[in-house]
Design a protein around this ligand. Structure first.
Ligand SMILES: [Zn+2]
Length: 165
């Protein structure tokens, strides 16, 4: 686990706590995650899943991450998902950088991004708060896609399937 910027975490949790009224232990659950979560647990968090895991209301968990982003604890990412395999094909730091024709390296197809169905939002801890090994989405993603593509292509070669697009 990597080092936490103590002063910044304290300051920003303080302003987050004061930003609105939260249910008991909501902010402390986020603090526990930042302080003792594994690197992977702080990367691309889905607030709906977080709510289910922690027994919180979904709406409050969504608010929690939006406020935490506004207060510099987390960063929000927009992701385009492949409609065939469900993988993240690309991720963006801002919605206005989204485009509607992602390419899935795994399935080797050009896709059409349809709003709602294949666009997802996730939250990753700010690198100023806690640098993690999972923090570089594009390089991490490329690497994982490349290795899965290689095994996928090998499987295709073995079965003699066509790989045309
Ligand atoms: Zn795919």
């Amino acid at each position: 686990m990597t080092a936490i910027n103590e002063k910044l975490v304290e300051d920003r949790l303080g302003t987050l706590e004061a930003a609105r009224s939260w249910s008991p232990r909501v902010v402390s659950r986020l603090e526990a995650l930042i302080r003792s979560g594994e690197d992977d647990a702080l990367f691309r968090i889905n607030p709906i899943k977080f709510a289910a895991d922690k027994g919180m209301a979904e709406a409050e968990a969504v608010d929690l991450f939006l406020y935490a982003t506004a207060h510099g604890l987390f960063e929000m990412n927009w992701m385009l998902l492949c409609s065939q395999c469900g993988c993240v094909t690309e991720s963006f730091s801002a919605m206005n950088k989204l485009h509607d024709h992602p390419h899935c390296n795994l399935c080797r197809v050009d896709l059409e991004a349809k709003l709602d169905d294949y666009i997802a939002v996730s939250f990753t801890v700010s690198p100023q708060i806690r640098p993690t090994n999972s923090i570089a989405p594009t390089s991490f993603q490329r690497k994982s896609i490349r290795s899965s593509t290689t095994s996928h292509q090998r499987a295709r070669a073995r079965t003699g399937a066509s790989s045309g697009r």
